[in-house]
Design a protein around this ligand. Structure first.
Ligand SMILES: CC(=O)N[C@H]1[C@@H](OP(=O)(O)OP(=O)(O)OC[C@H]2O[C@@H](n3ccc(=O)[nH]c3=O)[C@H](O)[C@@H]2O)O[C@H](CO)[C@@H](O)[C@@H]1O[C@H](C)C(=O)N[C@@H](C)C(=O)N[C@H](CCC(=O)O)C(=O)O
Ligand SMILES: Nc1ncnc2c1ncn2[C@@H]1O[C@H](COP(=O)(O)OP(=O)(O)OP(=O)(O)O)[C@@H](O)[C@H]1O
Length: 513
């Protein structure tokens, strides 16, 4: 892979990003490496000076290590003797130049993108389950949990971000193409748009699953309007748009899709009981059928002619319970149909999908049933707890939960509200406290709980909280270990401190009972 100075200049000029440039020699000179990390620079590299924590010394290091060109929002004396492109927006410049450097790998992939406050990972995994059959395992996945770039075990690794930095994104897309992948399913966070990680990227099909307040606060979105605005960009950048008609802010969401997409290429889905406004045609409906505590069954019905043309209507079964997962599965079925899956492949592929940390359960002899789930805001906890209340016929709910530090501050009153509405017993504990004191976070949640309705204990040691919850539970009770899913660490003061996972801790507790 390589990129010439001339190509950089043209791309930056075309997008009106170039403020000034300093070229040391021949414009045809080529960069054969690209990075934003001075520690990874190789000979003849293109280096991006970006980030809140960028220091000019990194440019010195990059130059010493062989970088010949830098891109930055201001000139640096440390870059003397190098080629320089000074740009108005480093994140946009990095996305565009990275796509060019890796030779536009998105053009060789059918790209399906999901955004939404909840359900991205689940929908992405359901889609992968189906398309692995349709494409014979030639489907890549960029999710919060894993990044899968090929069929071999060494082509799969844990994700650090839901949506990678642009340079990493295009690097991994190129690797996926080189590994023979033909399709890509990716989760797109609102942060990805806020930070221009996906700037210039167009998806073949883009999904808007839902939106509720989250990710608002220092280091994230300044307010809900900004959060919504960022999420809407996914639809603006999709060739076909698929929208959950039951989402809050539907009118704004539909309007965003229409700005760049003809209504013929916009599809809506909803549950069977959803009353749509008169001027709206729902293209796909799903309807719950009988379910047990291990399996969910539902019918999926294309209603309009354009939906029927996709041809994947029928009866479906999931190994992941929760009525919200039928909505996620509906999105996945539509995505797979656009990618060419038929009904049989879709039914087979989706039926056995399980996702680490989502609705994992554990039977505990002599005690209540344990559920581990990644629900970590008001909307997802409400979906989870109301589902369990209904399915288990109003059991006693014992919930272990904490709220992270340094972000998502709105989750704290949200947890207090949902615990007051549904739980009988809560153990407030630690969940990625970052640079905050976990006791303060727990106290903030506790203060907003109605103690006439819920008994609350603060047990900061998460393992001890899980032990206390399981030990006190009686047969017929439900113990919910919420918020961490399958996370194998606690983020404490900038360090990912190893943690065995909630399910592993629960199993250990049960073994010792
Ligand atoms: C606020 C935010 O999005 N920050 C991301 C961003 O950081 P940044 O651009 O400010 O970079 P930085 O960490 O300040 O580093 C400064 C620069 O110096 C460089 N450096 C550093 C040391 C050195 O010796 N040499 C050197 O060159 C670094 O490589 C970097 O380029 O780019 C980094 C990758 O280059 C990300 O790791 C980082 O995500 C942080 C860790 C993060 O937690 N982000 C969360 C909020 C996030 O993005 N979450 C969403 C999901 C949430 C949602 O649904 O919205 C996600 O997509 O994961
Ligand atoms: N459609 C939905 N509506 C409401 N809650 C949901 C929905 N889908 C999943 N959830 C809940 O949210 C949790 C997280 O689900 P999932 O990981 O699929 O979402 P996500 O959008 O990837 O979340 P995040 O951005 O936090 O990583 C699940 O464990 C479940 O409790």
């Amino acid at each position: 892979m390589s990129l010439s100075l001339y190509a950089c200049m043209l791309i930056l000029k075309e997008h009106h990003l170039l403020k000034s440039s300093a070229i040391q020699g021949d414009l045809d000179a080529k960069m054969v490496d690209i990075t934003y990390d001075s520690r990874k620079v190789k000979k003849d590299a293109l280096f991006f000076c970006k980030g809140d924590n960028f220091r000019p010394i990194y440019l010195t290091m990059a130059k010493d290590n062989g970088a010949i060109t830098y891109v930055a929002e201001q000139p640096y004396p440390e870059g003397k003797g190098m080629n320089a492109f000074i740009v108005t927006n480093i994140q946009k410049a990095m996305a565009l130049l990275s796509a060019a450097y890796f030779d536009y790998p998105q053009d060789d992939l059918f790209v399906i993108a999901y955004t939404g406050t909840k359900g991205k990972t689940t929908s992405a995994y359901f889609t992968k389950g189906i398309l692995d059959i349709t494409t014979n395992k030639q489907t890549a996945l960029f999710s919060t949990i894993d990044r899968i770039l090929g069929p071999k075990p060494e082509q799969r690794f844990k994700s650090d971000l839901t949506t990678p930095e642009s340079l990493d994104l295009f690097h991994d897309m190129r690797a996926a193409v080189d590994n023979g992948m033909t399709h890509l399913i990716m989760e797109v966070s609102s942060q990805a748009y806020l930070r221009n990680r996906v700037f210039g990227l167009t998806y073949d099909v883009g999904f808007f699953l839902n939106i509720t307040p989250d990710h608002i606060g220092p280091n994230e979105h300044p307010d809900f309007d900004n959060y919504l605005h960022c999420k809407l960009q996914l639809l603006v950048n999709s060739r076909k748009c698929v929208i959950n008609a039951e989402t809050d802010h539907f009118d704004e969401v539909y309007a965003a899709a229409k700005t760049t997409t003809n209504p013929d290429s916009i599809y809506l889905y909803a549950g069977a009981d959803f009353q749509a406004p008169q001027d709206i045609d729902i293209d796909f409906r799903f309807e719950s059928k009988e379910a047990d505590l291990a399996t969910s069954r539902f019918n999926f019905t294309p209603v309009t002619p354009k939906a029927q043309a996709l041809g994947v209507g029928g009866a479906y079964q999931l190994s992941l319970i929760g009525d919200f997962n039928e909505s996620n599965a509906t999105a996945a079925i539509i995505a797979a149909a656009f990618a060419g899956a038929d009904t049989e492949e879709t039914q087979k592929g989706i039926a056995n999908v399980r996702i680490p940390g989502r609705m994992e359960s554990l039977k505990v002899p002599g005690h209540g049933q344990v559920y581990v789930d990644y629900a970590h805001n008001y909307a997802s906890m409400k979906a989870l707890l109301s589902f369990l209340k209904k399915e288990y016929n109003d059991p006693k709910l014992i919930v272990v939960v904490g709220s992270p530090g340094d972000k998502g501050v709105s989750r704290r009153p949200g947890f207090a509200k949902v615990l007051t509405e549904y739980a009988q017993q809560a153990f407030l504990t630690t969940d990625d406290p970052g640079f905050e004191n976990p006791q303060d976070i727990a106290t903030q949640i506790d203060q907003a709980i109605d103690h006439n309705k819920v008994n609350v204990e603060i047990v900061l040691d998460r393992k001890a909280a899980i032990k206390a919850a399981i030990t006190m539970s009686q047969p017929g009770d439900i113990v919910v270990l919420a918020g961490k899913g399958a996370d194998p660490y606690q983020k404490v003061r900038g360090v990912d401190t190893p943690y065995p996972t909630d399910l592993a801790v629960a199993k250990q507790v049960v073994a010792e009972l």
